[in-house]
Ligand binder design. Structure first.
Ligand SMILES: NC(=O)c1ccc[n+]([C@@H]2O[C@H](COP(=O)([O-])OP(=O)(O)OC[C@H]3O[C@@H](n4cnc5c(N)ncnc54)[C@H](OP(=O)(O)O)[C@@H]3O)[C@@H](O)[C@H]2O)c1
Length: 284
């Protein structure tokens, strides 16, 4: 599995990670999800993304189970909810996440989306405290537009913003206009979430779907592998498809380690264009 440095840090992180939103369910669904996460680790998807929000904390418990005995292999990311983003509550939320994950540290801790009531400086102060205490290695944000990101960066005193996690798939390439260039310039890693559009992957009958299928055929790949390859071409980008089934882990791992041609890239750009004007940052 290809790795690259996470933004300005020296830490190599797998370009394709494992998303865990909505992996919970009945007992057998959860058994399969834990197995899929473990297989993902075997395949080198060592970047695991979770959040206190997912399954009201239960998904962190499942992730804890999946990484038991393998913590050192994993680049573990979790997120605090904006409703918990006050100074005291962020500290508490992080400690609760650690308990559910059965680990002593998070590699990366993000604010899940901007809070409308708590000043960002207050949350960042708590994040810096967590780093100082050794509970968190790096800090970041999610679903922040460029202005919100700058404000968050400006409020940091001792640490540096390491990551921005945002929606990024073939049907939503708006971040390529301003956010991605800004993050590239400032050494902030961009983790694109929902690379398959949260279940709205282009159907094989659509014109875009046909373009992906033709390219996939030429490379002996699948359309989803083509999409993952395309979405991680940029040196600052990582992607975190949801992984709750072992067969997905196998397919998604083939999204990297090979190259699209210039013609393939041009065809995908034509089928799934970057908007020609700035669009508001979307989130799901
Ligand atoms: N920061 C944020 O605000 C935020 C928001 C959304 C997501 N995220 C993170 O990003 C991760 C990914 O996003 P997502 O889960 O919303 O959407 P996604 O990864 O774009 O798509 C998930 C959907 O694709 C399917 N899928 C995945 N691999 C597949 C494959 N190889 N073949 C066929 N279907 C496949 C899944 O099916 P099954 O369910 O049947 O496996 C599911 O329906 C989340 O799990 C979460 O960790 C972060």
């Amino acid at each position: 599995m290809l790795k690259r440095k996470l933004g300005w840090t020296d830490v190599e992180v797998s370009v394709i990670g494992q998303g865990t939103w909505m992996i919970e369910g009945d007992q057998s669904t959860e058994r399969l999800a834990v197995e899929a996460l473990r297989l993902g680790l075997d395949l080198g998807f060592t970047h695991i993304d979770t959040a206190e929000m997912y399954g009201n904390g239960h998904v962190e418990e499942l992730v804890g189970e999946a990484i038991a005995g393998r913590r050192e292999e994993v680049f573990l990311v979790s997120k605090v909810l904006p409703s918990n983003a006050s100074y005291e509550r962020t500290l508490r939320a992080c400690k609760q996440s650690l308990k559910r994950l059965k680990t002593d540290w998070l590699d990366l801790y993000l604010l899940h989306w901007p809070s409308s009531s708590i000043p960002i400086g207050e949350t960042m102060r708590a994040m810096e405290k967590l780093v100082a205490e050794g509970l968190v290695r790096f800090i970041g944000v999610s679903n922040f537009d460029v202005e919100e990101l700058k404000e968050a960066e400006d409020s940091l005193r001792n640490e540096r913003m390491a990551c921005e996690q945002v929606l990024y798939h073939l049907g939503y390439r708006g971040i390529e206009r301003r956010l991605l260039p800004y993050c590239t310039e400032h050494g902030i890693a961009v983790v694109g979430y929902a690379p398959f559009g949260h279940g709205n992957f282009p159907s094989p009958q659509s014109s875009g779907g046909r373009v992906l299928a033709e390219i996939a055929k030429r490379h002996s790949r699948t359309p989803r592998q083509v999409a993952l390859n395309f979405l991680t071409r940029h040196r600052c980008i990582f992607t975190i498809p949801k992984n709750r089934r072992s067969e997905r882990a196998g397919e998604n791992s083939g999204g990297i380690g090979w190259e699209l041609t210039e013609d393939d890239v041009a065809a995908i750009n034509q089928a799934f264009p970057v908007p020609d004007h700035d669009v508001p940052l979307e989130m799901i």
